[in-house]
Design a protein around this ligand. Sequence first.
Ligand SMILES: [Fe+2]
Ligand SMILES: [Fe+2]
Length: 188
Amino acid sequence: MSQVVDTLMREHRFIEELLSSLEVFVDQLEVDQQEARKTIADFAEFFREFADRWHHGKEEDQLFAALGDHGFPRDAGPLLVMVGEHNIGRQRIKELGAIASGEGPLSEEELRQTRASAGAFISMLRMHIQKEDAILFPAAERALPPEVLDELASGFDDFEHTVMGDGAYERLHAFGERLIDEFPPPIA
Ligand SMILES: [Fe+2]
Ligand SMILES: [Fe+2]
């Protein structure tokens, strides 16, 4: 397996753990929980910073861009579907962020919206990850010459250290781990 696919798949496993943790949190959510908005804000921040900025950032700006240069149409097929799903996820996280920014305990309506947005996000991103792991990434490794995969690996490195900054991975990982500790997913 190439280094880029290995990196993206390891990130998928961590994102999946956080999706399960969000599912646990939402399942036990009730109207008058005082800390609910803060926790919704934390999950939204994790998915915005790690799943989107860190992970989808590398996919869209680097891997998908390289695939576009190597025969994958940019405005049809898998790349269009994958970017479309990233955008749907951004919308769901925005909805959760909006609820988090309100005040006081959640209303019945906000509870319903939180469950709806989180539920839609969780099932969409799980299926998205499965499609990338099973179809898109193997296709990428067949389509991209080894030297392009090597260039992508150093592009990933640059992004992680220069754009996100040294220590960003450790910080985001610790942040996610804290949510997992607080809302542990059932053992698979
Ligand atoms: Fe993706
Ligand atoms: Fe992904």
